[in-house]
Ligand binder design. Structure first.
Ligand code: ADE
Length: 274
């Protein structure tokens, strides 16, 4: 394309030209394939915005029993996922997706949050999500093969598949063109460090409980004020930890001489100073 004096005029595409690639390495590929066929992720795949592959880790075993686990060194209950099939699966995924971040699902990883989902959505090389099973994964995979290790909460799942699907959903909806109304994302819980304001729809009175009058007033400024205040009030009530951080951010912003402290306000991230 060129403008009138013949110079090239580059255009920034509104949505990525290529689908955002996810590869999920798992012992249960069907579980992943079925889950991603629905809702927003399913539509994102159908629209060519997302590309999701589920790969069976057992395809990278070398014995005829396709053994993926073994007993832990040092003893103890349960089995541990062997490193060789996982390493083979990750190497193969990296060949197909050379710029991907490899993320290991693990109850001992860093907690997933909206900022992490946003960072990963902006990583156009995509993600390789590695699902553990049994009592865990040989630590050498976390140390030498994964770029990051993430937990979706302080509880233990029987496998990483549900965690990978949570990550996939949280990231996919932030990929441009996946959610129809991008403005709705900006309003959601955690985007502004708060939980979302309460939402209501018809009927105006449900089982004796009325919708707040202000929402039906047509006064946009009053609606915006109500939403801001109720989001903050609900955050204080259900997530005092988040509310405290919002206050810190506001204090920092009001003091221009105070350097911004994003690393100390959020959870530690890869690349933070020690
Ligand atoms: N695997 C087992 N528990 C997990 C958790 N809480 N988050 C991520 N992966 C897991």
């Amino acid at each position: 394309m060129s403008d009138t004096d013949g110079e090239a005029v580059p255009k920034v595409p509104a949505v990525p030209a290529h689908p955002y690639p996810f590869t999920v390495l798992t012992l249960f590929p069907e579980m992943v394939r079925q889950a991603v066929a629905h809702s927003i992720v399913g539509r994102g795949i159908a629209a060519g915005r997302l590309d999701v592959r589920a790969v069976d880790i057992r395809d990278f075993t070398k014995d005829r029993h396709r053994t993926a686990d073994d007993v832990p060194y040092g003893g103890g209950p349960g089995m541990v996922m062997k490193p060789e099939p996982l390493a083979g699966a990750i190497r193969s995924a990296r060949e197909a997706q050379p710029a991907a971040l490899v993320v290991l699902m693990s109850a001992s990883g860093r907690p997933l949050d909206q900022a992490t989902a946003r960072r990963w959505a902006g990583h156009t090389g995509g993600l390789v999500l590695v699902c553990g099973h049994y009592e865990g994964v040989d630590e050498r995979i976390a140390e030498h093969y994964a770029d990051e290790e993430v937990s979706i909460g302080d509880y233990v799942l029987s496998g990483g598949e549900l965690a990978a699907l949570v990550v996939l959903d949280a990231v996919a909806r932030l990929v441009p063109g996946v959610v129809g109304n991008e403005a709705s994302i900006a309003d959601e819980s955690h985007e502004a460090g708060l939980v979302e304001y309460p939402q209501y729809t018809r009927p105006p009175v449900f089982e004796g409980h009325a919708v707040p009058d202000v929402l039906m007033s047509g006064n946009h400024a009053a609606v915006a004020r109500f939403r801001r205040e109720s989001a903050l009030a609900k955050t204080r009530r259900v997530r005092p930890d988040l509310a405290a951080r919002v206050v810190e951010v506001v204090v920092d912003r009001r003091r221009p001489s105070t350097p911004a402290r994003p690393a100390r306000l959020g959870r530690p991230r890869p690349g933070d100073p020690e």
